[in-house]
Design a protein around this ligand. Structure first.
Ligand code: SF4
Length: 196
């Protein structure tokens, strides 16, 4: 979903950041229209802060936790204005210092927004990488580190695009479609108890 935003609006770190925050625990089909509605109105921290909280809630509805997320967007925009002159910072440390920004979001902003090599590990990347046998890890943070050791840096940004789509369409969480997966011959199917 965030990739559609960067394809549509260019690699704008602020839009990547905001759409990633909106996407947390929400399906792409819901997040994308909500992000587009918001970006039609405002594409900078200062402009988003001119939208009242009540109106922002209406714009992003029905993303999950829309009230909480509207407050988060306001807080993040204020933080960017107060501490970074309204710009999105380009280091993982600075990004993680913004309340509400986690490692997954920070890495996506670095990669998709700035073109800085970073591996964004979400639940799809974590699951697929483990099933394939690329890594053997328990947490997304461990997966990020393990993938960095085996994937060439030039592919760090793309690995998220590849594995997220794979995880949404083929290697789905419950009962993956192994019978039509081109990687079935090399996949270790680690942890797969049932497949189609
Ligand atoms: S073979 Fe099955 S478990 Fe392995 S990547 Fe393909 S869909 Fe996932």
């Amino acid at each position: 979903m965030v990739f559609f935003i960067s394809d549509q609006f260019g690699h704008d770190p602020f839009l990547v950041l905001i759409s990633c925050l909106l996407s947390l625990r929400t399906k792409d089909q819901v997040t994308l229209p909500a992000s587009l509605r918001l970006f039609e109105r405002a594409r900078t921290p200062a402009k988003i802060l001119t939208i009242s909280l009540a109106e922002l809630e209406k714009i992003v509805y029905p993303v999950g936790f829309y009230r909480k997320k509207a407050r988060l967007l306001h807080a993040v925009c204020q933080n960017l204005l107060d501490r970074f002159d309204g710009a999105v910072p380009s280091t993982i440390e600075e990004l993680l210092s913004i309340k509400g920004v986690g490692r997954k979001t920070a890495n996506l902003v670095l990669g998709e927004g700035f073109g800085i090599p970073a591996i964004c590990v979400d639940t799809h990347v974590h699951r697929v990488a483990n099933r394939l046998g690329l890594v053997n890890t328990k947490t997304v943070d461990q997966t990020e580190q393990a993938l960095k050791e085996i994937i060439p840096e030039k592919d760090w940004i793309n690995i998220n695009r590849w594995l997220v789509v794979w995880g949404q369409q083929i290697c789905v969480p419950i009962s993956p479609f192994c019978s039509r997966c081109p990687l079935a011959g090399v996949c270790k199917k680690r942890g797969v108890v049932k497949n189609r």
